[in-house]
Design a protein around this ligand. Structure first.
Ligand SMILES: [Zn+2]
Length: 334
């Protein structure tokens, strides 16, 4: 197969975007997409808030929607943003690449950025695997950027499962970054994948009886920043799990139990630091599911998918506009 460069698709890599984000004290949104409605919502939200965007494709998305289709949808998204009157920078990024082969396939097929997640291997194996992907990605005519990971996040996201988290060790980051040559690094400081980030017994109750999760480990983040000044840091698993939306789901036949996320003020604080990419997926899933459940329970006779996927798309757009404007600070930075 003939290689496709991301530049032909109108995409950009993360080099300039991360530099601006670190200097400007904000974080780029990294939103996952698996279908047309999600992609429409992401592009509309980012065009309307004038935010650059990282479109993420996971292995699960490739299995669900087909990699060729997703790549051409990303190309369409670039055109769509132009048509909407705001040609925002768009990155197409592989989320949680598990081995060299999937990273190579994406690099050869129009992705402008990939993540190689070697965090489940030993430290030495993680370095060797990450270095191999970096060497391949950086040797392309159009430099493809690479995100590595040090430390393990707890939780479940598509095929990525971990029982418990292991925090990133700040003393390892200089060695890891210099040996691998990665462009950015995902770290573990207390975020986790999925909608059940904490068990209720890990939380405290505030005066309104709402569960407050343990704070992120900003001491580790500060140590990492001190060791690698200005280096782009990434946070995964950074949904806040809005309780009003969980309530809509549960009062319309759903059963989301003990769903707890990361408070938005903590993410705001992280975004103002060297953290320049924040992955948010569960909040979007929750917003769409709440909208679909509401429509179908209020209008049991409805069977036109546009009548429930449309409101789901609109709900997703609203929550992502809110993230860009009020959490990440990426609004107006396109
Ligand atoms: Zn992740």
């Amino acid at each position: 197969m003939c290689a496709v460069s991301y530049r032909e698709l109108g995409l950009v890599n993360t080099v300039e975007l991360f530099k601006k984000a670190v200097d400007g004290g904000y974080a780029l949104p990294a939103y996952n997409f698996n279908n047309m409605e999600q992609l429409q919502a992401i592009i509309q939200a980012c065009v309307e808030t004038s935010s650059p965007v990282i479109l993420q494709v996971s292995k699960g998305a490739r299995d669900y929607a087909n990699a060729t289709l997703l790549r051409n949808m990303a190309k369409g998204a670039v055109e769509y943003a132009k048509e909407l009157g705001n040609p925002i920078p768009v990155v197409l990024h592989l989320d949680h690449g598990g081995d060299f082969e999937i990273c190579k396939e994406c690099i050869d097929n129009g992705f402008s950025s990939v993540m190689i997640d070697g965090s489940h291997f030993s430290y030495e194996e993680n370095i060797a695997l990450t270095k191999k992907v970096v060497e391949y990605a950086h040797s392309r005519n159009d430099y493809v950027t690479v995100e590595g990971e040090l430390g393990v996040l707890a939780g479940i996201e598509d095929d990525v499962v971990a029982e418990k988290s292991t925090y990133t060790q700040p003393e390892e980051v200089i060695d890891f970054v210099s040996k691998t040559g990665v462009d950015s690094l995902a770290i573990s400081i207390g975020t986790s994948h999925g909608a059940n980030k904490f068990k209720p017994e890990q939380c405290t109750l505030d005066e309104n009886g709402i569960l407050v999760p343990p704070p992120l480990r900003f001491d580790i983040l500060e140590e990492i920043e001190k060791n690698l000044p200005g280096f782009p840091i990434v946070l995964h698993g950074s949904s806040s799990v809005p309780q009003d939306l969980v309530k809509v789901i549960n009062s319309n036949g759903g059963n989301l139990k003990n769903a707890i996320g990361i408070p938005e003020e903590q993410l705001r604080r992280a975004a103002a630091s060297a953290v320049c990419k924040i992955n948010i997926d569960s909040d979007g899933r929750i917003a769409m599911t709440a909208a679909v459940r509401k429509v179908l329970s209020e209008k049991p006779g409805e069977f036109d998918p546009r009548k429930y996927l449309g409101p789901a798309r609109d709900a997703l757009k609203e929550i992502y506009k809110h993230k860009n404007e009020n959490v990440l600070g990426s609004a107006g930075k396109a």
